[in-house]
Ligand binder design. Sequence first.
Ligand SMILES: [Zn+2]
Length: 399
Amino acid sequence: MLIAHKIALDPTNMQATYFARACGTARVAYNWALAEWQRQHAARKAEPTLPAPSDVSLRRNLNAIKREQFPWMFDVTKCAAQEAIIDLGSAFRAFFEKRGRYPRFKRKGIHDSFCAANETGTFRCDGERIKLPVIGWIRMREAVRFSGKLKRVTVSREANRWFASIMVDTDGIEPVVQPLDCIGVDLGITTLATLSNGMDIPGPKPHKALLKRLRRANKALARKRRGSRNSVKAKRRLGRLHARIGHIRKDALHKATTMLAKTYRRIGIEDLNVRGMSRNRCLARAILDGGFFEFRRQLEYKARFYGATVVVADRWFPSSKTCSCCGSVKAELALSQRVFQCDDCGFVAGRDHNAARNLEHIAASSAVSACGETRSGAEHKPRVKRASKKQEPNSEGVA
Ligand SMILES: [Zn+2]
């Protein structure tokens, strides 16, 4: 199983300068190869017998002219240029298979990175340090947490800090025996998630907490003359703030998803139509803040790690409008109504808590059907009028 593990680096000034140069080399190689790809592709239109461009042939082409045209590329590891062209090949493959957009030219200072593959022991890790080609040992903020073969490392810059993303082909993660059986998780806006056992996972709400500082940094940047040294500094300050917010958010998500995957054997979640919801401007900020996509992605891969099962409820399952006690469905439940009250059995619960309990039932019933027995209680999937924003149809399909 391949895992990417991203760790902050503590480079010396000299090492950081080397990183910047290696990123520059990778960028130039990528852009050169993209231009060359386009040129060879156009030439083939006139002369179809010419070979089609590929990352393999382009790497050979670059090596042939490197000493003449790009002698400074020899200052950094040869991996920087080679891996950049391999990445271009992957980008084209993704484009041909309709998984990605057409590759674009890279710009300096935006997603600066370079890679090194570990085919012949190009890099290795030893505790809290990593040995990269040419530059040698670099301090890391923590050790690699997975055992296995180190396949590739990507060194990237984010808000003027350096990170190594290490791809590990892990030989197996310690299996976890989850102590508890089923849980339902309702992702929310005010809290990160509500669990069916009545607990809340409070969201970090980084945007709200840091919004004031963010506004001030934005204003400071707006007052600077464009292109001036001070505007560069203000921009950097703003970038650091954005990165910090992103990290806080990611950390909360990681902790929540790890806890769930290690504690419960079956986790019921909702198939949220995030794209449809993002179109609602009021909800969009909160949703992007809460990272609904990211929550599901993390939960699914961690469940695979630890042997848990994620059960995704049907897109149209009215999790908020169904009574988690007797199963009757309300026709209408406004988004502003935070308390669910059943007209049939009189069950009262918080709106999100009720939804989480319904999702738990779905997770539990899928366990029964997986064992070959008949689906019981939670079989009810009544069709009701779509009234809630959550259940808006989406012509673009599942994200
Ligand atoms: Zn009821």
